[in-house]
Design a binder for this molecule. Structure first.
Ligand code: MTE
Ligand code: CO
Length: 421
């Protein structure tokens, strides 16, 4: 991996980079072309009746969009039941991840929970242990909130140098969804927390029985027991019939197929917070309980799976940014490897701990580009370079890599994952 990075660095030294101020805002519509069959011919879809309203009781995308799918990296894991697939970020726009494209991370496959057998127990340091059915949950006041979920391992393969060619693989362990559910606070308050209750331990009903320790202050602040995503029932992949939503915190804590919440006075130090999801530092000590996901961004278009298709001229650069600590206040973009930075335009809702969409429109001169984006969040935190991260954390980490991503774009508009320093 280190060699690859070195090679790419040398390669880049000899590359002439596009520089200088670039003009934006040119219209791209073509003049009306005489005899264009796409205009003049009566197309097949206008020569016959289409399918009726009874053909698609549950809708699905156009066959022309069949390449827009979750993908996995074969060599990454030994078996698909304890594995991950990735959201095709380069095919999406706006900020909502469609339900069928939300990346999946399972430790023991997808549990197919029978909703009538769903039980959520709250026990431990409470006045009154309680058990909730789905019907019970649906009789509590509910909220609708949009949040990103990012796996702590997102970009983990990139710690020691650029590796995977595509933002789907480097950054696709994230989705951004509108959840409907019951604030966990209501359920904990009903059970009655004892004065020494300081931690909760949600547990999954799948064969991995995933458990994590979460401090009570977070549980009472903004955690949700969610049963809907983007307006419909959770998908089995995402924890049907109910999952825990832990806004802004690492994905591993968002326990799916929720079955129990134990209340205690100290953390449980289970597998997922000791041997996994801790960050091994340079001195050999592991940093634990890194819950909040730091501000991060990535350019989704152009990117290795989404080259510039049109040659030089007016070009739309687009990407996403997010922070586990609040909103994104601005995103800066460079097309020359960091010599000049430009303010990107954030468009669409700017919501707390939710994905933000940004654009930068520029006039491409057709010369190679080095693209980077840098997010700043509402606490003033600035997304660091990968080298700055390594200077503090060393090279042993996998998790919590929020370093700035670079794409090299050649004169044909094809992009590649590289690093510059
Ligand atoms: N909950 C259970 N019960 N089992 C699991 O394997 N995986 C965790 C978390 N919750 C997991 C789980 C991890 S590591 C992540 S990143 C997220 O769920 C992934 O959520 P998603 O599959 O909706 O993307
Ligand atoms: Co994860």
């Amino acid at each position: 991996m280190a060699d690859l990075k070195q090679n790419r660095r040398n390669f880049l030294k000899g590359t002439a980079l596009a520089g200088g101020a670039l003009l934006a805002g040119r219209a791209t519509g073509a003049a009306a072309a005489e005899g264009d069959p796409a205009i003049l011919d009566i197309q097949p879809w206008a020569q016959q009746l289409g399918e009726g309203v009874d053909a698609r009781p549950y809708g699905y995308p156009s066959p022309h969009e069949k390449h827009v799918v979750r993908r996995s990296v074969e060599w990454l894991t030994a078996d698909p039941v304890s594995s991950v697939n990735f959201t095709p970020l380069h095919e999406l726009d706006g900020i909502i991840t469609p339900n069928g494209l939300c990346f999946e991370r399972h430790h023991a496959g997808i549990a197919e929970v029978e909703p009538s057998k769903f039980r959520l127990m709250i026990n431990g340091l409470v006045d009154k242990p309680l058990v909730f059915t789905m019907e019970d949950l649906k009789r509590y006041p509910r909220v609708n909130k949009m949040f990103f979920l990012e796996c702590a391992a997102n970009s983990g393969m990139e710690w020691r140098g650029s590796q995977l060619n595509g933002c789907q693989y480097t950054h696709g362990m994230i989705h951004n969804v509108m959840y409907t559910g019951v604030p966990l606070k209501y359920l904990l308050e009903e059970a009655g927390l004892k004065t020494n209750a300081k931690w909760i331990m949600p547990e999954g009903a799948d064969a991995s029985a995933m458990t994590r320790s979460i401090p009570v202050f977070k549980a009472l602040d903004d955690c949700i027991v969610a049963f809907m995503m983007n307006g419909e029932a959770l998908r089995p992949e995402q924890g049907y019939p109910a999952r825990l939503v832990v806004p802004g915190w690492e994905g591993n804590m968002w326990v799916k197929w929720l079955r129990r919440i134990e209340v205690g006075d100290e953390p449980w130090h289970h597998r997922e917070e000791t041997s996994k999801y801790t960050d091994l530092m340079e001195n050999g000590k592991a940093r634990r309980f890194t819950w909040e996901m730091d501000a991060k961004s990535v350019i989704t278009n152009p990117s290795p799976q989404a080259p510039i298709p049109h040659g030089k001229g007016h070009t739309i650069l687009s990407g996403v940014a997010w922070s586990g600590r609040g909103t994104i206040t601005h995103v800066d973009v460079t097309i020359d490897g960091g010599k000049n930075w430009h303010a990107a335009r954030i468009d669409g809702p700017s919501l707390d701990k939710s994905m933000h969409r940004f654009y930068y429109e520029f006039d491409w001169d057709g010369k190679p580009l080095l693209l980077q984006s840098r997010a700043v969040d509402s606490t003033g935190y600035i997304q660091p370079t990968k080298d700055a991260l390594r200077a503090v954390r060393g090279e042993n980490s996998i998790y919590h890599n929020n370093g700035i991503q670079t794409w090299y774009v050649n004169a044909n508009g094809e992009a590649e994952n590289v690093e510059v320093s």
